[in-house]
Every structure is written in structure tokens, then in C-alpha cells.
Design a protein around this ligand. Sequence first.
Ligand SMILES: Nc1ncnc2c1ncn2[C@@H]1O[C@H](COP(=O)(O)OP(=O)(O)OP(=O)(O)O)[C@@H](O)[C@H]1O
Length: 274
Amino acid sequence: MSATLSNRHAPPATPPALADFAAEASCFDLSGLSLAYDGKPALRELTLRIPRQRVTAFIGPSGCGKSTLLRALNRLHDLNDEVSRQGHIALEGQDIHAPEVDVADLRRRVGMVFQTPNPFPMSVYDNVAFGLRLQGVKRKRQLDEIVEWALDSAALWNEVKDHLHSSAWALSGGQQQRLVIARTLAVQPEVLLLDEPASALDPISTLKIEELIRTLKSRLTLVLVTHNMQQAARVSDYTAFLQAGELVEYAATDTLFTNPRLQRTENYITGRMS
Ligand SMILES: Nc1ncnc2c1ncn2[C@@H]1O[C@H](COP(=O)(O)OP(=O)(O)OP(=O)(O)O)[C@@H](O)[C@H]1O
């Protein structure tokens, strides 16, 4: 794949591993995506397709560009003047950098959950209702219904239904992370980006988040950055292995972990390279 991707002047071709994806509908299509921080390359001509209603994991050594790639998908780098970008990202066929794209609307469609749970300093209910109120939803009954639906979707309703008006900060770390997921789901995103969503959590909370990821893919596209290869193997349908900003191999998760095409991938997944 690298021979194709590293050829700066050739039009992006379909790398062989993408044959696995032939039957999948696209959510994101990236072509020739390069990104640099203050001139220093962090992503190098990535061309990949992220299938709709599947879980796609980005794995690779520390600093290989996983979070940078994830953040590019909802234009979080717009806030950083030092970032330069080349190439294209399309969401459902539309260029996310086109002038007519409203960035706030893009970020509603493409929600993001970070490593450390970040509930707002307000009640459980108000956290989940936050984005809805920003959208102008005022009717209490409608808010109540969506808050319950979102908390239920995030597998948290039963644990918080009697404490909706208590501070979100009183919840455990795992509950806080599911609350943040509920807050994101409340505005009905099409995509959920998850940046190491369980790395700050205990094993039981981690399993709950993994179960939730598997459940949510029936209605959403999920993209997961993880250091934990067992986690990628457990929850994802497709896995992309990055190294030094380059997409090394991208395949169905089972294939990548059991029968990688490239020695570099095998070295990484067998722990011969960290
Ligand atoms: N805001 C920033 N400013 C400057 N350089 C950055 C910034 N964020 C990331 N980088 C650099 O870009 C490269 C990719 O970083 P990134 O965080 O995307 O990697 P990662 O694979 O997610 O790493 P980790 O697994 O350690 O979180 C690294 O060299 C990193 O130092």
C-alpha cells in the first residue's frame, strides 16, 4: 500500500486491502490526506474509507498520528493555526472543508468523546439536555423524553434515573464517560469518534464501554482510537494500523490480527515493535 500512497503525483488508487470493504457503504472517504503541525508531518497521504455503521479502530505506536487523524474527521484542527492540511475528507460524499459546511453542524453530526470523561459542572440531566437546549429545544416533555432515550442508549439510565438532578461530578469515572456518550448521542450524531474512551477506566467500566460500542453500531458509525490491541480486536470490524503518520495496513479486524499482509504489521501486533 505504501508504494501507492507515497507516490505524491499519482491519483489515489484503491489499495489492495480495501477489497475487504467492497460491500460496505462509505461514511467517510479520505483521499491523500496529509497534515502537519508547524510544518512537521503528522499524517502522510492517507487514503481510506470508513464504512457506515461499523466500528473502525485506529491502532499504532505512540505518536503515529491516531488522534490527529481522528480529530481531522470533525475538523477539530481548525482551532489550531499551526496545522496545515492537504487532501480531502468527505462525509457521506460531501467535502467537510467545503465553504458551505457549517462546522458546528459537522460537529453535531460527528460527535467526539475524549480519553478523560469531561461532564460539565451541572446536573446529569442538564449535561444531556445541554446540546438540545443549544439547538432551541425548550419543551420540558420533549427534553425529558430525549434525555431518557440518550441515557438509556448509553446504558446509564437505570443507574441515574433517581439522581437526574444531582451533580454529574458525583458519578464514577465509568458513569461519567457513559454520561458524556449520552450527551453526545442526545443531538443524534451520525458518527461517534472515540479517543481512547476507556483508558482512564477500571476493567468493569471498560467492558461496559466496549459493550456499548458494539450496541451503538446498529445505528451509528464509530471510529475508535486505542492503544489496546485486544480492545480493537474485541470491538472493531475494521482496523487501520498507522506508523509514523503513514497508513501501513487496513483490513477487516480478523484479517489484520490473524493474517496481516505486511511484516511491519505483524511485528507490531505480536509485540516485536512498540
Ligand atoms: N497540538 C500539537 N502540536 C504539535 N504537534 C503535535 C500536536 N498534537 C500532536 N502532535 C504531534 O503529531 C504526531 C502525532 O501525534 P498524535 O497525538 O496524533 O499521535 P497518537 O498516535 O495519537 O499518539 P498517542 O498514542 O501517544 O496518543 C506526534 O509527533 C505528536 O508529537
